[in-house]
Design a protein around this ligand. Structure first.
Ligand code: ASP
Length: 317
């Protein structure tokens, strides 16, 4: 039986390494997905997810997350959740609820606390400093708000042929209080059907949610497209439509995997992602779109990896 996982951004790498052993040993797609995302949420230096996530314009960390089981279609999500380190686990817990499975803000926190999740301060000194710096720069008009975001989004296929998809994000840096991105929205930030495959998105939520890109990618795989073609056509078709109707196209990236463990991605910016399958050990790729519109996928250079590590370490005092 085959198995595999694909996740957005370099930040997933260590979690994917740790969980790929469990996946090979027969752990469920849901457990592996939650394991990877929890690891990313708990590492303070990843500043766009979970603990240490970048705050909104009021200086509060508000988190969005979702979990979907591709076999049962159990789906749970939270948005604007405060003071809970592992929104993915809250979302997964909510996926077991017949009703009220997508909760926001205070209601989501109440559910989490009632279910034993501890409340803690998620704002680290480093994110607070970044927030203060950014506030000043925005006031001086040296910088626009909202750049500074990345979601961990992933799809997992386990040995029993079950699939799961999920996301976790602190959304856009300096977002308005209460702003919700695409990440917790089924069909938009993520979607999975074990009979077909799954997809997850990252980028500008306000644009991604207009196209329901994760659902559309899965739908195209159902029509018989390879994951590669499904992701790329979904993004390209939508970009054209968005340009025509709306006149603006933000950053958008997609990852997907079908239930044979084949994967694909699409992006209109520089985008890193992580793969691990039965035949491929955990690998980081860096992708981009060439000037003539071709998708380029490469392994990052040693220099790139070194710079990345340097930036990451700089986030600790
Ligand atoms: N899609 C996320 C949001 O808009 C951010 C990201 O993935 O970069 O909240």
């Amino acid at each position: 039986m085959t198995y595999g996982m694909i996740a957005t951004w370099r930040m997933a790498y260590e979690g994917v390494i740790h969980q790929s052993e469990h996946l090979a040993d027969g752990s469920s797609a849901g457990d592996v997905l939650e394991g990877v995302i929890k690891e990313v949420e708990e590492f303070a230096n990843f500043i766009s997810v979970g603990y240490g996530g970048l705050p909104n314009e009021d200086g509060t960390v508000q988190l969005d997350a979702a979990f979907m089981d591709g076999t049962t279609f159990e789906t749970g999500a939270v948005a604007g959740l405060e003071n809970i380190k592992n929104p993915i686990s809250v979302a997964r817990k909510l996926s077991k609820e017949r009703f009220n499975s997508f909760l926001i803000a205070e209601g989501a926190k109440k559910f989490a606390v009632k279910n034993g999740f501890e409340q803690e301060d998620l704002l680290t000194e480093k994110s607070k400093e970044k927030w203060e710096e950014k506030k000043k720069k925005i006031e001086l008009k040296e910088m626009t708000p909202y750049d500074g975001h990345d979601t961990i989004g992933m799809v997992v296929l386990d040995k029993a042929n079950h699939m799961a998809a999920g996301t976790s994000s602190s959304g856009l840096f300096m977002k308005k209080n209460g702003r919700v991105g695409d990440s917790p929205l089924p069909g938009s930030g993520f979607y999975v059907d074990s009979d077909i495959g799954g997809a997850a998105a990252t980028g500008l939520g306000e644009d991604l949610m207009k196209g329901m890109l994760s659902y559309e990618t899965v739908r195209k795989m159902e029509e018989g497209l390879s994951p590669e073609d499904a992701a790329q056509r979904t993004l390209e078709e939508f970009e054209k439509k968005l340009e025509r109707k709306y006149g603006k196209v933000g950053a958008m990236s997609l990852v997907c995997m079908n239930n044979k463990g084949e994967w694909g991605i699409a992006t209109n910016v520089e985008f890193t992602f992580v793969i691990a399958t039965k035949t491929q050990k955990p690998t980081i790729y860096i992708s981009n779109r060439s000037e003539d519109g071709q998708l380029i996928i490469e392994k990052p250079t040693k220099e790139w990896m070194k710079d990345y590590q340097g930036n990451l370490n700089n986030r600790i005092e």
